[in-house]
Write a protein that binds this ligand. Structure first.
Ligand SMILES: Cc1cc2nc3c(=O)[nH]c(=O)nc-3n(C[C@H](O)[C@H](O)[C@H](O)COP(=O)(O)OP(=O)(O)OC[C@H]3O[C@@H](n4cnc5c(N)ncnc54)[C@H](O)[C@@H]3O)c2cc1C
Length: 346
């Protein structure tokens, strides 16, 4: 028996999953969300034009979901900071030119002692450790970063000392919809491939697309994808409308975006961006699993694209904060909102 030829156009797959674009976009975003104006003009043009790649590095062996447990230190020494520690699981590791690195400038202050820095590839004392072997998104390298008395100019501090976790959270507010978009692309790509396959594949003398069991799975997948798209697009549009004036003003006045957001009373988008990431990634995992099922044995084979979509979908439930952490944040924000509303009513 001949299986239908796999339809696996590599570049199209990358475009569909958006894996690389999402990764580089969100890394670059982080760098753009907070640097002082001088720093911004040094790094942002090349990042924005994709001449250079960025990376975002907060995770450590003992600080995953709990970033407050950061052990990497950055101690001020004259006009420099000296970094020591190890970061793990860094997307774009080694291929990126600039790394946003979170380190404690004041360990005694715990979470409030963490600060964000830009470290350039080639900085003295900055090296790369283990390259991870992964289930999915293998086109993007994931690496360990090692800092051994790494000296960087004091100007590489983003915003102010102690604002690291705030920088990280504000970055996540904008980057989580990027992961949601990646998940949406993966789910759509898997379903497109699957519908094409079930139309061609015949069993019991009929195309398997004629069986109601398959039709219902297709209908459920397509409906969940459309619901993801609606949530993500609505959120992205609302965020654009709300944030653009603040970003335009920050650029025009060469001010730090946080300060402008605070002054203009622009709200944070933590809850909505977490909802997008949570929902779209859970849908991507379910849809890709169902697509493998609809394709049967060939769906499980590495020669056929759908198994890759399933492997790639999994990461969207894990990085940029696991989906358990998204749920925690959504619930926390809802409780806070109600508490503030009650306080306002007196
Ligand atoms: C391929 C890949 C690329 C990555 N890229 C980057 C990157 O570019 N930069 C970067 O800094 N990091 C990156 N990460 C790290 C990623 O963000 C972390 O793996 C993720 O945040 C989870 O941390 P952890 O692995 O330490 O899991 P843990 O924090 O140990 O969590 C293990 C389990 O416990 C659950 N859990 C933990 N705390 C709670 C809680 N309070 N409530 C409920 N459940 C909880 C988690 O949801 C999870 O199911 C990447 C990871 C991978 C796999």
């Amino acid at each position: 028996m001949r299986w239908p030829a796999p339809t696996w156009p590599g570049p199209i797959c990358l475009r569909r999953t958006g894996a690389l674009t999402a990764a580089s976009w969100r890394r670059s975003w982080c760098s753009s969300s907070s640097p002082a104006p001088a720093a911004a003009s040094r790094w942002l043009p090349d990042l924005a034009s994709s001449k250079k790649l960025g990376a975002f590095s907060i995770t450590e062996p003992a600080a995953g979901s709990d970033a407050t447990a950061t052990k990497t230190t950055a101690i001020r020494d004259g006009d420099h900071y000296v970094l020591n520690g190890t970061k793990i699981f860094v997307s774009n590791g080694e291929v990126a030119d600039t790394y946003v690195v979170f380190a404690s400038t004041n360990p005694a202050r715990g979470a409030r002692g963490i600060s964000a820095f830009v470290v350039e590839k080639g900085a003295p004392g900055f090296g790369f450790g283990k390259k991870e072997r992964k289930m999915g998104i293998r086109a993007n390298p994931t690496r360990e970063l090692v800092f051994q008395n790494c000296r960087i100019p004091k100007e590489n501090l983003l915003h102010k000392e102690g604002f690291g976790l705030f920088t990280a959270q504000t970055t996540f507010d904008c980057s989580r919809p990027g992961v949601a978009a990646q998940a949406l692309g993966i789910a759509q790509g898997a379903l497109d491939e699957t519908i094409a396959y079930v139309r061609r594949r015949r069993q019991f003398g009929l195309p398997i697309s004629g069986f109601q069991a398959i039709q219902h799975m297709i209908a459920d997948c397509a409906t969940q994808i459309e619901a993801s798209r609606a949530l993500l697009y609505a959120t992205a549009k609302a965020m654009d409308r709300a944030l653009k004036p603040a970003y335009d003003k920050a650029i025009a006045d060469r001010e730090i975006i946080y300060d402008v957001m605070n002054r203009l009373g622009v709200k944070r988008w933590t809850k909505e961006s977490a909802m997008c990431k949570l929902y779209c990634s859970d849908v991507a995992m379910k849809v890709t699993t169902d697509c493998v099922q609809m394709c049967g044995g060939i769906g499980y084979m590495a020669d056929f694209p759908v198994e890759k979509y399933m492997r790639d979908a999994k990461i969207t439930q894990i990085y940029e904060g696991t989906n358990q952490i998204q749920r925690n944040e959504i619930a926390m924000m809802l409780v806070k909102e109600l508490a503030s509303a009650e306080k306002a009513e007196g």
